[in-house]
Design a protein around this ligand. Structure first.
Ligand code: URA
Length: 283
């Protein structure tokens, strides 16, 4: 028989795997202990005919509920946030300034559910920059991109062509973890896009690798899915320079679909070859 400790650990592990890792309230609520009668009561009250004494008489209508005055919220639409992001991002003269700017940017609500900003890892001087979609749970805890299971696979993929985190610069389109690892919404992506574009421009790599379909679609403006888009060299325009860019499978996809590794291996070889034949600005 399982001990209480093991049962609780199992339940917690199940919640984590299901993506339930954010507390919504300060105090836990034991819904199981609420009696059926309590749960049914409000519905029964609403459905039951009111006694005549409780019914508002037509002559004396019930007073309207008291209005609670709330402070006016500081409303910013996603479009306004995206335009603020565009303006702010271009003002950052260095990667450090861009990171500081993101730390104080309030336009993306993901910031409030994430533990911390996940800006980048690796070497900003590297010739290769890889960009994923958004941090997951491990990245949110450590504050670095691709440190969980898919990060370990990414390290092995890079290692196969002689690259490690001293010779690669790694970031994500969205630098805050979406709650429960959900896909970032189009609005969240649009708000974060100016920042990753500026990050690429400032890092100024010789080669850009988009990890997965969402990264490729966002950065390269393509509509194709990753199976069609991967392995083809495309142009990425920073605004000041054109960088060769390649999309490949996201390591998380490869963990679920090992058959894709053969094609990802070809993509890595293409990156290696391009590095050898492109003198580049960092060459
Ligand atoms: N998946 C991503 O797209 N980025 C990370 O940093 C980790 C997992």
């Amino acid at each position: 028989m399982l001990s209480d400790h093991e049962t609780l650990a199992d339940i917690l592990a199940f919640h984590l795997e299901a993506g339930v890792d954010v507390a919504l309230g300060e105090e836990p609520v034991d819904r199981f202990s609420e009696s059926a009668a309590e749960k049914a009561a409000p519905r029964a009250r609403a459905a039951a005919p009111q006694p005549a004494a409780d019914r508002p008489s037509p002559a004396r209508p019930a007073p309207p509920p008291a209005r609670v005055e709330l402070p006016a919220p500081d409303l910013v639409t996603p479009d306004q946030a995206a335009s603020e992001a565009r303006e702010a991002a271009t003002t950052a003269p260095t990667l450090e300034a861009l990171q500081a700017l993101l730390e104080s940017f309030e336009g993306c609500s993901l910031k409030h559910t994430a533990t911390r900003l996940v800006f980048a890892d690796g070497n900003p001087q590297a010739r290769v920059m890889l960009v994923g979609e958004a941090p997951g749970r491990d990245e949110d805890i450590e504050g670095k991109p691709f440190v969980g299971r898919s990060g370990k696979l990414l390290d092995r993929m890079l290692g196969a062509i002689g690259i490690d985190r001293t010779s690669a610069y790694i970031a994500n389109v969205v630098p805050w973890r979406p709650p429960g690892n959900r896909t970032p919404t189009p609005q969240e992506t649009a708000i974060c896009l100016p920042f990753i574009r500026r990050q690429i421009e400032l890092a100024n790599p010789d080669i850009l690798v988009c990890l997965g379909g969402p990264s490729a679609q966002t950065l390269l403006g393509i509509k194709d899915g990753i199976t069609k888009a991967r392995g083809r060299w495309m142009d990425y325009h920073t605004g000041t320079r054109v960088i060769p860019a390649l999309a490949t499978f996201h390591p998380a996809y490869l963990l679920r679909t090992p058959l894709g590794k053969r094609m990802a291996w070809r993509d890595m070889l293409a990156v290696q070859q391009k590095l050898a034949e492109t003198p580049g600005e960092k060459g």
